[in-house]
Design a binder for this molecule. Structure first.
Ligand SMILES: O=c1[nH]cnc2c1ncn2[C@H]1C[C@H](O)[C@@H](CO)O1
Ligand SMILES: [Zn+2]
Length: 382
C-alpha cells in the first residue's frame, strides 16, 4: 500500500466517505425553491393557511408521496406535484420561512454557494405583488444565511427568477429580475413543460436581458431533444443550460470507442456552455435510465462544462451530497472529481468574476485540500 502511494504520480485516489462528501464545499446552480420544502414545513404552512388538499398530513408519508408521485417517467406528471408546494407559499411569512429553511438546509449539507430559482408569478394568489414576493424570498435567504452562520456553516445564496414557459409573463419577470439584480437576484430562467413550449416564444424577454447585460439560463434538453438546446443557445442566447442532457443525442460513439461530436455538441463544449445536470430528477422524468447510464459520465470524460445539481430536493428525495454519492457509486469519482465539478459550477455562477475567483481560491480549493490531506493524519500505520 505504501509503495503504491509512493510510486504513483501523487496519492492513490480514495473513495470519499459520506462524511467527507457532506463536508466538501459544494456549489448548487439549479435548485427550485418550491421543489425543496421540508415536508414538516408544508404540513404546518397548510394548517396555517387552511389548505386542505394535501394527500396526507403525516410529514414522513408526505415526503414519500412527493417522491413517488414525481417518479412517473414523465416531466408533466412530475410538475403536477408543485401545485401542493405553491399552494402553501402564498404569504410573506410562508415565503420567508421556506427560503430561510432552504438556505439553512443547504448550508448544513456543505453547500457554500447556491442560486435558487422560483417563479414569482406562482405566488400571487393571496394578493402579494411580484415585488413583495421577491423581497420576502430575499429576506428569507438572508435569515437562513444568518442561521447557518450561527450553526458554524458559511453559505451565500442568490435568487434566479423563473418565468413559466406556458405562460405569457416572461418579459415582466425578466424586468423584475433586472430591477433586483443588485439586490439578491442573480439572473433569470424559464421552466415548465418543455414539449410544445419552445424557448423562442420568450425571445422578447431574452433580448431585453441581453440589452441589459444580464444573465439567464434556460431549461432545455430535458424532456425534449436537440432542437430545444439549439434554440436556447442560438436563438435565445442562454448563458447556461438547465439539464441539457439530450446533448448526448449529438454525440456518436463508434465500435472502437472513439467519440464523434456533432456541430451542436462541439459548440457546447468549445464555448464552455455550463450544463446544469440533475441526475436523480432525470431518472424520475425518464430523461435517463440509471445513474451508471446517465450522460454525465461521458460528458465529464469529454470535458464538457458539467455541473451537478439537485433540481428539486423534495420531489427527488435528494441533496447535493446524495447526488454526489450516487455519482461516486456509479463512476468511482474521487475528491478530485468532486472538486472539478464544484469549480466548474463556481466558474459558471452568475456572480461577478472577482467573487467567483475568490470563492474558488479561498473557499473551494482550500476545502478540498484539507479533505484530501486527511488520510495523512487519520489512518493507522499499515
Ligand atoms: O426539471 C424541471 N423542468 C422544468 N420545470 C421544472 C423543473 N423542476 C421544477 N420545474 C418548474 C415547477 C416549478 O413550479 C417551477 C418554478 O420553480 O419550475
Ligand atoms: Zn429545474
Amino acid at each position: 500500500m505504501e509503495n503504491e502511494i509512493a510510486t504513483s504520480a501523487g496519492v492513490t485516489p480514495r473513495t470519499p466517505t459520506a462524511e467527507q462528501i457532506r463536508r466538501a464545499p459544494k456549489v448548487l446552480l439549479h435548485d427550485h425553491l418550491d421543489g425543496g420544502l421540508r415536508p414538516q414545513t408544508i404540513v404546518e404552512l397548510a394548517a396555517d393557511c387552511g389548505y386542505r388538499d394535501l394527500p396526507t398530513t403525516d410529514p414522513v408519508k408526505l415526503g414519500e408521496w412527493f417522491r413517488e408521485a414525481a417518479d412517473s417517467g414523465s416531466l408533466e406528471r412530475y410538475l403536477e406535484t408543485f401545485a401542493h408546494t405553491c399552494a402553501v407559499m402564498q404569504t410573506r411569512e410562508a415565503l420567508v420561512r421556506v427560503a430561510a429553511d432552504c438556505a439553512e438546509d443547504l448550508a448544513a449539507d456543505g453547500v457554500v454557494y447556491a442560486e435558487i430559482r422560483y417563479a414569482p408569478e406562482q405566488h400571487l394568489e393571496a394578493g402579494l405583488s411580484l415585488e413583495e414576493v421577491v423581497e420576502a424570498v430575499n429576506d428569507g435567504f438572508r435569515q437562513g444565511e444568518e442561521r447557518a452562520r450561527e450553526a458554524g456553516h458559511r453559505i451565500r445564496v442568490r435568487a434566479l427568477l423563473t418565468a413559466m414557459r406556458h405562460a405569457a409573463r416572461s418579459l415582466e419577470i425578466a424586468e423584475l429580475a433586472n430591477a433586483y439584480r443588485d439586490r439578491g437576484v442573480a439572473g433569470f430562467d424559464i421552466a415548465g413543460a418543455e414539449a410544445g413550449h419552445p424557448p423562442t416564444r420568450h425571445l422578447d424577454a431574452f433580448e431585453y436581458l441581453k440589452r441589459e447585460n444580464n444573465h439567464f439560463t434556460i431549461h432545455a434538453g430535458e424532456a425534449f431533444g436537440l432542437p430545444s438546446i439549439w434554440q436556447a443557445l442560438q436563438w435565445c442566447g442562454a448563458d447556461r443550460l438547465g439539464h441539457g442532457v439530450r446533448i448526448i443525442d449529438d454525440i456518436g460513439t463508434a465500435g472502437d470507442g472513439s467519440v464523434q461530436l456533432g456541430r451542436l455538441a462541439a459548440y457546447v463544449r468549445d464555448r464552455r456552455i455550463p450544463l446544469e445536470m440533475c441526475p436523480t430528477s432525470n431518472l424520475q422524468t425518464g430523461a435517463a435510465d440509471s445513474y451508471a447510464e446517465h450522460p454525465i459520465g461521458l460528458l465529464r470524460r469529454l470535458h464538457f462544462r458539467v455541473t451537478v445539481n439537485t433540481d428539486n430536493r423534495l420531489m427527488s428525495g435528494t441533496s447535493m451530497s446524495r447526488e454526489f454519492e450516487h455519482l461516486i457509486g456509479a463512476f468511482g469519482y474521487t475528491l478530485d472529481d468532486m472538486q472539478w465539478f464544484t469549480v466548474n459550477a463556481m466558474k459558471s455562477a452568475f456572480l461577478p468574476f472577482d467573487e467567483r475567483l475568490a470563492m474558488i481560491n479561498d473557499v473551494i480549493k482550500p476545502g478540498y485540500a484539507e479533505l484530501k490531506a486527511e488520510w495523512l493524519f487519520g489512518g493507522s500505520l499499515v
